[in-house]
Design a protein around this ligand. Structure first.
Ligand SMILES: [Zn+2]
Length: 446
């Protein structure tokens, strides 16, 4: 039995059902699980002094393309709309291999950890030059975050009227075979799982109708979740109307892509009927506010989704469309965007933090993380509010309204991933050096 005690937090924001918050509070962790919350708790294990800190549940990221951290701020893609942006980046991504996937994943995960994230989804949909989902899973195991990799895919290349170059698309039979392989090898359905695999064709415009349908059948057969991009912007909806004769929500429903085991990224352009469909079916949404701003996609109707009862989590999206991946920053951006379109009372700081914790847990089908309650896994973010960003703040809401934007400590399953602002599981300096070397090599060949 191992114990860890976080002693004397200025405030513990539990995100439990009642929204409880406790001043001057300890948290006892036993064997990776939260064992107690209260004052004056004792342990024979290690003690971490968290005076001057706010402790929240570890944040949960529901959409990312970790590999894209190798293509931040690419000149040709900086100011393009979605489809043009993709066409700029595809040829660069086509030069990736296993090492690029591994190192870019570690870079992205270090960044996520420092911004308070303990669980992240990833959507990898291209596998050039021998790259595999396995490369990202190996990278995540070293960093120590809870990982939900999804096996993405593209099957309609340029010569078939699709957007991606032919070299980046795969045969549909091979895609389904590899989905089965990675689920059998890595998916863990048990409580406290560190890896859960999902099935995730890239988007309705890069795979066939048949693959969408077969992927849904396969995922249900295996008991894993489904993920894709949906209704991201006006071009996306126009494509759906022109090509499939229906809106994205109807297309998803026809092919079995609604339900509590499905979550869609973006959903910026869902209309009222689609929001109702998502609420009734329990379909989740990964809201990616910074990416939506960066690509000019629009403001997702998150207030309307929440009012209707849709499960909404937050996503940073890939670094190519959100060059900085900071999950607490994403909560702030989600709050600000709803206020721009709906008024200052459209989303509180606490509601935004709830999206980043409970919302994300629900979207990813996890009932064992996202809140600080005895029996939950000990995934905790410790925010030092004694520094300049929070100086003068009156309330724990400052975490979203002001800062800090980096954790002091981060624990996953009770294990330290960040201590005193530094990742302790991998050598960050070495990862940065390798990442910059790989980026330079990709740029040289561009
Ligand atoms: Zn995305």
């Amino acid at each position: 039995m191992t114990e860890l005690l976080l002693r004397g937090a200025q405030c513990v924001v539990t995100m439990d059902d009642a929204g409880s918050e406790h001043a001057t509070c300890d948290i006892l962790i036993r064997d990776g699980v939260i064992a107690g919350i209260g004052r004056g708790l004792a342990t024979r294990g290690d003690v971490v002094d968290v005076a001057g800190c706010v402790v929240t549940p570890g944040l949960i990221n529901t959409h990312h393309h970790l590999y894209q951290s190798l293509t931040r701020a690419v000149p040709g893609g900086q100011d393009a709309l979605l489809f043009g942006w993709l066409q700029t980046l595809y040829p660069i991504w086509a030069r990736f291999g296993p090492e690029d996937m591994f190192v870019s994943t570690q870079t992205g995960l270090i960044e996520m950890a420092l911004s308070g994230c303990t669980t992240t989804a990833d959507h990898l949909y291209l596998f050039p030059n021998g790259a595999r989902l396995d490369d990202t899973i190996a990278a995540a195991a070293e960093v120590g975050l809870r990982f939900h990799p999804t096996r993405g895919a593209m099957s309609i290349g340029v010569s078939d009227g699709g957007l991606p170059p032919d070299v980046l698309v795969e045969r549909e039979a091979a895609i389904l075979e590899d989905c089965i392989r990675v689920i059998d090898a890595f998916h863990d359905p048990r409580p406290g799982a560190m890896v859960r695999v999902g099935v995730a064709p890239c988007s309705p415009f890069s795979v066939s109708r048949d693959l969408m349908r077969d992927a849904a059948l396969l995922a249900r057969d295996k008991g894993v979740m489904l993920h894709t991009h949906l209704a991201e912007n006006d071009e996306d909806v126009a494509y759906s109307l022109a090509k499939f004769g229906c809106r994205p929500g109807e297309y998803a429903q026809d092919l079995g892509w609604t339900g509590p085991d499905v979550w869609h990224a973006h959903c910026v352009k869902l209309d009222a009927a689609e929001i109702d469909l998502f609420a009734r079916s329990g379909t989740g949404v990964a809201h990616c506010p910074c990416s939506n701003c960066r690509l000019g996609s629009g403001i997702a109707p998150v207030r309307a989704m929440l009012d209707a009862g849709v499960n909404v989590g937050l996503g940073v999206d890939g670094s190519a469309s959100n060059d900085a991946a900071n999950l607490i920053g994403e909560a702030r951006q989600a709050m600000l965007l709803q206020r721009v379109s709906q008024g200052a009372d459209a989303m509180s700081a606490r509601a935004a933090l709830r999206l980043a914790t409970r919302g994300g847990a629900r979207v990813l089908g996890r009932d064992d993380v996202g809140q600080i309650v005895p029996g939950m896994r000990a995934d905790l973010a410790v925010w030092d509010v004694s520094g300049i960003e929070a100086a003068g703040s009156w309330d724990a809401a400052a975490l979203v309204l002001a800062g800090p934007t980096r954790v002091r400590d981060l624990f996953v399953e009770g294990r330290a991933v960040v201590r005193d602002g530094q990742v302790v599981t991998v050598d960050t300096g070495a990862v940065i050096a390798r990442q910059n070397m790989l980026a330079a090599r990709l740029a040289e060949r561009a």
